[in-house]
Design a protein around this ligand. Sequence first.
Ligand code: 2AM
Ligand code: CA
Ligand code: CA
Ligand code: CA
Length: 262
Amino acid sequence: MINWSNVDKVAKEWLKEAGKNIIASFKTALQIDTKADANDLVTNIDKEIEQYFINRIRETFPSHNILGEEGFGDEVESMDGVVWIIDPVDGTMNFVHQQRNFFISIGIFENGEGKLGYLYDVVHNELYYAKSGEGAFWDELRLPTLEKVEVSEAVIGLSASLLISSDPNNPFASIVKDVRGTRSYGSAALEFAYVATGRLDAYISKTLSPWDFAGGIIIVEEIGGVVTDFNGQPLNLLKKSPVIVAKPGLHETLIKQYFQVN
Ligand code: 2AM
Ligand code: CA
Ligand code: CA
Ligand code: CA
């Protein structure tokens, strides 16, 4: 039997420690590289923080598997057993350019079921987390269940790049016209935390990787939010996917009205 309270306790300690290390790095020179394209950044801090978590997890829970964005973890091919999915810095461009609006994201799963989710706003020292079946929290504050909202009253997060399209029926352009407002924060983890706290009613992204949504999905689903791909199908925790995360009702309407048009 896994002592989840103990896993939760140490995960929180490690998050705080990692956060302190990131803040301390603001005073040092960053080493910035690119990955898939010129806008896809990675720094020495992304790598160091991922390695920090992996070292701690391996010495404390040697049987657990780890999937990390920067590739220092295991080659995870199945969700069997306990799997930690880690994004050491979500919003690396924000980290590099703004020194804010970046999060650490961790989701811990047992046989594919979300058990513990963490989204850590390092700069504000605010932790959003959920223990499956026991609620979701913003530090000590329990987050209420998410309520339904109409499209016309919704404020949603999406990237401006979704609007660059020659398609006259671009669903994202229609959504932008119909909602109350849009915001672009550049960190999927932040946007999941904002949906969880009601600061956003929905967040839409064309491609996210497992480490972008693993922590967030556990928190948002714990309080009745809905997370799927654009067809309304559940996300595969080991694959890249389009993602729509929203309050109940709004999620169904967005899928039906904008993505399931024949
Ligand atoms: P990252 O900063 O950890 O890479 C930016 O819009 C959001 O999308 C961030 O959460 C970012 O995570 C994620 N993202 C996913 N794939 C990306 C890519 N190829 N380039 C930049 N950001 C990406
Ligand atoms: Ca990245
Ligand atoms: Ca990410
Ligand atoms: Ca990252």
